[in-house]
Design a protein around this ligand. Structure first.
Ligand SMILES: [Zn+2]
Length: 173
């Protein structure tokens, strides 16, 4: 009887050891995988992007890199938009008065208004920026035109109202 109990103990102990070894093997695989990822990341940080062999890791890194680039490009675009909106507003204050030759819209002579000269040099860039933003406004996209812009104050009617469509428009507002 003691021998049977001892044998059973031995068997249970053996099974515990097997289970423990399996757990350890699993942990080792996880640690091994993480170590491989660290090696790949180290290679990438070191500038050797092509050395990252794991497609999964490369995909993650690329989406992160692309995401960061897209966010900084978006920030740069918004900064440019703010500066151009400011130039547009200044140009509104200082442009050639069509009704009075040789006079700036601010009332001073063109030879006296230095702002007109400075802004006049950027007139084409300001016009191009305004045109692209007007197109965005018309398309219902995000635009950077100032709130004082005539097209923003009174948006142009882009389509004729369709009979029975007014209710749908009201609901959208
Ligand atoms: Zn002026």
């Amino acid at each position: 009887m003691w021998a049977a109990l001892y044998a059973r103990e031995q068997e249970e102990h053996r099974l515990d050891v097997v289970a423990a070894e399996e757990w350890t093997a699993g942990d080792a695989a996880t640690i091994g995988g993480l170590e491989a990822s660290v090696r790949q990341l180290t290679a990438v940080i070191g500038g050797d992007f092509t050395a990252a062999p794991s497609a999964e890791l490369r995909g993650l890194l690329q989406s992160d890199v692309v995401g960061r680039a897209e966010r900084s490009a978006e920030l740069a675009n918004r900064r440019t938009d703010r500066a151009m909106a400011l130039l547009w507003q200044l140009r509104e204050l200082h442009h050639d008065d069509e009704s009075k030759p040789g006079v700036c819209s601010c009332g001073r002579s063109l030879t006296v208004c230095t702002e007109n000269g400075v802004l006049g040099a950027q007139a084409e860039a300001i016009r191009d920026w305004e045109s692209s933003n007007l197109a965005r406004l018309a398309a219902g996209e995000r635009h950077a035109l100032p709130e004082t812009h005539p097209a923003v104050v009174a948006p142009p009617v882009t389509r004729r109202p369709v009979p029975g469509d007014s209710k749908r428009n009201d609901r959208r507002r």
